[in-house]
Design a protein around this ligand. Structure first.
Ligand SMILES: Cc1cc2nc3c(=O)[nH]c(=O)nc-3n(C[C@H](O)[C@H](O)[C@H](O)COP(=O)(O)O)c2cc1C
Length: 245
């Protein structure tokens, strides 16, 4: 039997808080890396994995990013930072990786011998996904959106095909990875603070990110100081947000 002192999922969920002040105590880079690895196991739209994870361990870069994050305590006192980047622009590369993976799963046989299910999956990445992701200055996306609205009068159809919709698709999945990461950290008694309060242009420059890369979240990492959690957890009464149908 493997003995582990990691928290259960519900324990980790309850333990996780947004920590604004971290102790001046080093955390294990390998453990954080393992939590990033667990983050990549999050579900992702069409398994496109349009994300990258920048694990910042350099104290100088952390301070540069903290400055670009309005000197927030959660960044300034962090021992390490994880920057989750949405890479919608990598869609062609990810489509190819999915196709290559599917083919390895199908084995070495001619395409004519593929089953219906196998053909459907390949078609999904070869035709449907490129139809959704291909765009030019947002114009094709808008055209697709309008065409889908018309088709949608007659039958159910996927409607979110604009450039802005596809950004949301990439950010949604990146957010799930962020939550996986924070809970994995909580499970091993490490703390985090998700942040969107930063100057994205400056942080992108610091990390040498391309113009098309979009920062989803910056996560401060460390061990909570006793004054690091600003008060009790506040949530809107559950009955107000829970709707049973
Ligand atoms: C997308 C996102 C962005 C956030 N940005 C910041 C931030 O810039 N600075 C900060 O101190 N907290 C930030 N937070 C933390 C929230 O304020 C916090 O999650 C909320 O108050 C609930 O507290 P809890 O996480 O301790 O349950 C952010 C949280 C999320 C999910």
């Amino acid at each position: 039997m493997v003995v582990t002192n990691e928290k259960s999922v519900s324990e980790a969920i309850k333990y996780r808080r947004s920590v604004r002040v971290f102790k001046n105590e080093a955390i294990d880079t390998e453990k954080v890396k393992e939590c990033i690895h667990l983050a990549t196991l999050a579900p992702t739209s069409s398994n496109m994995q349009l994300w990258e994870f920048y694990h910042v361990v350099s104290p100088e870069i952390i301070q540069e990013i903290a400055k670009a994050s309005f000197d927030q305590n959660a960044a300034k006192t962090a021992q390490q930072l994880v920057v989750i980047v949405a890479r919608k622009d990598l869609w062609r590369k990810r489509v190819q990786s999915n196709i290559d993976y599917l083919k390895t799963q199908y084995g070495n046989k001619p395409a004519t011998e593929y089953s219906k299910r196998e053909k459907f999956a390949l078609n999904y990445y070869q035709k449907i996904i490129p139809t959704l992701y291909f765009d030019f200055l947002g114009i094709i996306g808008m055209l697709k959106f309008l065409i889908f609205q018309v088709i949608g009068i007659f039958k159910p159809i996927y409607r979110q095909a604009r450039q802005s919709d596809m950004r949301i698709v990439a950010h949604k999945s990146a957010g799930l990875a962020a939550q996986n990461f924070m809970l994995s950290m909580a499970a091993v008694n490490y703390d985090t603070c998700p942040m969107e309060g930063f100057d994205s242009l400056r942080v992108k420059k610091i990390l040498h990110l391309s113009a098309s890369a979009e920062i989803n979240m910056i996560l401060g990492c460390g061990i909570r100081d006793e004054k690091g959690v600003y008060g009790e957890r506040f949530r809107i009464p559950f009955e107000e947000t829970y709707i049973k149908i």
